[in-house]
Design a protein. Structure first.
Length: 175
């Protein structure tokens, strides 16, 4: 006959063992890269397959055909990243097809009759108007103050109100 006197002390010892969060959760923030989730990145290639799940066995649900589009990483699983685009579409992309380079899209959710978005020579509405950018114009992020971003692209360089951009978070500061 085995004594049960050891059961309570054993349970007490088990309770003293530190418990760490499970690193096996495939959708845990930064589980694969250690980087913050969510975060903005851009497409590295002009042909990026977006899959229904995080491996090559999942079907390709659509294909991006333009490099440098900004996307938001919303989850990680091994070498795969779940991304969301400006239109709200989500799918899985292999990590090597993404770049840490910060890119933006101007007012992608603008209404059809909405005017072009003003670009200024400094981070204030009283600055000199340097351009008017149509919704969907893409560029790179040079700097953000939390309210304004300096962006540059094909034929333009200036300051735009941060809330008119997809590719940066509200109040985000970038140097």
């Amino acid at each position: 006959m085995i004594s049960r006197n050891w059961l309570l002390p054993a349970l007490a010892l088990l309770m003293l063992i530190p418990v760490r969060p499970a690193a096996t959760d495939p959708l845990a923030p930064g589980a694969a890269s250690g980087l913050p989730i969510p975060r903005f990145v851009s497409l590295k290639s002009d042909r990026v397959n977006v899959r229904g799940g995080p491996n090559k066995d999942h079907e390709v649900v659509w294909v991006y055909t333009k490099a440098a589009l900004p996307v938001e990483i919303t989850a990680e699983f091994d070498n795969w990243r779940r991304v969301r685009d400006w239109d709200g579409g989500e799918g899985w992309v292999y990590h090597s097809l993404l770049s840490g380079r910060r890119m933006i899209m101007v007012a992608p959710k603008a209404k059809p009759n909405e005017e072009a978005v003003p670009l200024f020579d400094r981070a204030e509405r009283t600055g000199k108007l340097t351009a008017r950018l149509q919704p969907g114009v893409q560029g790179s992020v040079k700097r953000c103050t939390g309210d304004w971003c300096r962006i540059a692209g094909d034929g333009f360089d200036g300051w735009i109100e941060q809330d008119r951009l997809w590719g940066v978070y509200p109040n985000e500061k970038i140097d």
